[in-house]
Design a protein. Structure first.
Length: 525
């Protein structure tokens, strides 16, 4: 009996999800991709009852839930008398069938909204959405060597792949304002020689009825005024409309008293390498690790966000994206990071890195998403990884940015972060500006010199000699000095001393912004 290893991936998931203008677009996009992979997994199991899916392990079906957690990758072992080429043809047939069903379903929904609209453009745009790549490799003497060979074949295949989508045949007309890539749908197709005024008139004639509905019914806005969408972005909205669950808007997330919110993206550090290395100890170890990752996504993550579960966008494997209340950003980040390594024994040495952005609800969501992804990459670039990189976009002034190392002990991280927030909260507003003025010329770079200068500024501040923290704990100024210096040890791992000092000052300002509620209340809404 022959044995093969198959790897199936869905590419472009992150960029597709992040082509969003509002929170509902973001959630609907993530669910669309997760459910697509969930359906593919079910079809594979149905077709090959004898196969062994080794990643993901233990995924439970949640068709009626408001959130499906499924990674964009499936790894399976196939056993039988068929050749690799026959398996490839069958897997391609399954993918084509799923794609056809998804496209036909979306086109039917679009036709219900626009009975006069030709479907050619919508069909083409939707068919370009699903970019599956897969390989089927003959199992050699070693599963790890076979996995390495399959991964190399997959990388080569992706590089050689020529996308047969809208990019291969340029579209003409107004661009969809959500994805800013595909042409907006209209009853009358655009042609290359149309003037901008004529194209806007065609769009208005097609979409005006929906725009008027948006003015009349504020419960669900499929497309607001001047939004002429492409087939893909319109399908996201239609899926959101049909869903029983309505993802909260930024106005709801940020709340009236606090117009700021947080957005978090997490990714496990070097999980691909960790998975591959686990094959040295046999298939069972690989499957245990796969099971642990699934249990983290489906069970642990919702528990971490139990008070704010409906702000969670997705949890697929070791990837997590969620909105956060501004006041709890740092605590929830630490809780999630340490829950990851504590969820199962096979993950107890595993770390994760995160990008977090705190932004005003009026900040364009597209910009916030791009910056959060950038922060995630910055966190993973830190020495030793295991960090969070944080940006705060203020309504005025330069954005604040710094990285913070999680360390390896949850209670220590929690204690230092909460005490630092509490100390900053009771210090006068002038303290940080005096400290910045004293330190940022960069003449003091050694840690003990910085500690001494911090002590001098703290002693000269208007703060009382005994700081009362949260009405209970009292700290002397020397103890407060130690608390704030504990943050210095965590920021800018691997950076130059000058850059580390700047990051520490920036982090203190961000702690100040997070801790003091009145900053958000003073006319920032």
């Amino acid at each position: 009996m022959k044995q093969y290893l198959a790897i199936i991936t869905l590419s472009g998931v992150q960029s597709f999800i992040e082509q969003s203008r509002k929170t509902g677009d973001l959630w609907a996009g993530s669910q669309w991709m997760a459910k697509t992979m969930d359906q593919l997994h079910d079809e594979i199991i149905k077709k090959y009852s004898f196969c062994s899916v080794i990643f993901p392990q233990g995924v439970s079906s949640s068709k009626d839930a408001f959130r499906v957690a499924f990674p964009n990758r499936i790894v399976l072992l196939l056993k039988g008398e068929q050749t690799g080429e026959e398996y490839e043809r069958e897997i391609q047939w399954i993918i084509d069938k799923l794609q056809k069903q998804a496209v036909e379903s979306s086109v039917r929904q679009i036709k219900q909204q626009f009975p006069l609209m030709p479907t050619d453009l919508a069909d083409k745009q939707l068919r370009s959405l699903f970019k599956f790549h897969f390989v089927v490799t003959s199992h050699g003497s070693s599963l790890k060597e076979t996995m390495d060979e399959a991964e190399q074949q997959l990388r080569t295949k992706k590089k050689q792949f020529v996308y047969q989508d809208w990019m291969s045949q340029p579209e003409h007309g107004l661009v969809c304002p959500v994805c800013q890539e595909r042409t907006a749908l209209t009853n009358t197709p655009f042609t290359p020689r149309l003037s901008m005024g004529k194209m806007k008139q065609i769009a208005w004639e097609t979409w005006t009825q929906l725009w008027e509905k948006a003015q009349e019914d504020r419960k669900f806005v499929l497309a607001k005024e001047n939004e002429a969408l492409c087939a893909v972005c319109l399908s996201k909205r239609l899926r959101l409309k049909e869903s029983k669950y309505k993802f909260p808007s930024l106005d709801v997330i940020a709340e009236k008293k606090d117009p700021y919110y947080g957005l978090l993206m997490m990714d496990g550090d070097q999980m691909g390498d960790r998975m591959k290395q686990s094959l040295d100890d046999g298939l069972g170890t690989y499957q245990n690790l796969s099971q642990a990752i699934t249990e983290f996504a489906q069970g642990v993550v919702p528990d971490v966000f139990s008070d704010d579960e409906k702000l969670l966008i997705y949890a697929g494997g070791d990837d997590v994206m969620s909105f956060l209340p501004r006041k709890n950003v740092l605590q929830l980040a630490g809780k999630l990071r340490f829950a990851f390594s504590q969820s199962r024994p096979s993950l107890n040495t595993q770390t994760a890195s995160m990008g977090i952005v705190i932004a005003h609800r009026r900040q364009p969501l597209r910009h916030v998403l791009a910056e959060t992804r950038k922060m995630e990459a910055l966190a993973k670039a830190q020495e030793g990884k295991n960090s969070l990189a944080l940006t705060v976009f203020l309504r005025s002034g330069t954005p604040l940015q710094a990285s913070l190392h999680f360390g390896y002990h949850e209670e220590q991280y929690k204690d230092e972060v909460e005490k630092s927030l509490a100390v900053i909260k009771v210090l006068p507003n002038s303290f940080l500006f005096e400290l910045e003025k004293a330190l940022l010329p960069g003449l003091l770079s050694e840690k003990e010199m910085i500690r001494a200068e911090l002590k001098r500024v703290l002693n000269r501040s208007e703060a009382p000699n005994r700081l009362v923290i949260e009405g209970q704990l009292e700290l002397s100024k020397d103890e407060a000095n130690d608390v704030l210096m504990s943050l210095y040890d965590r920021v800018g791992r691997g950076a130059s001393e000058e850059d580390r000092l700047q990051q520490w000052i920036a982090m203190l300002h961000m702690f100040n912004f997070i801790a003091k509620d009145e900053i958000a209340d003073k006319g920032e809404s």
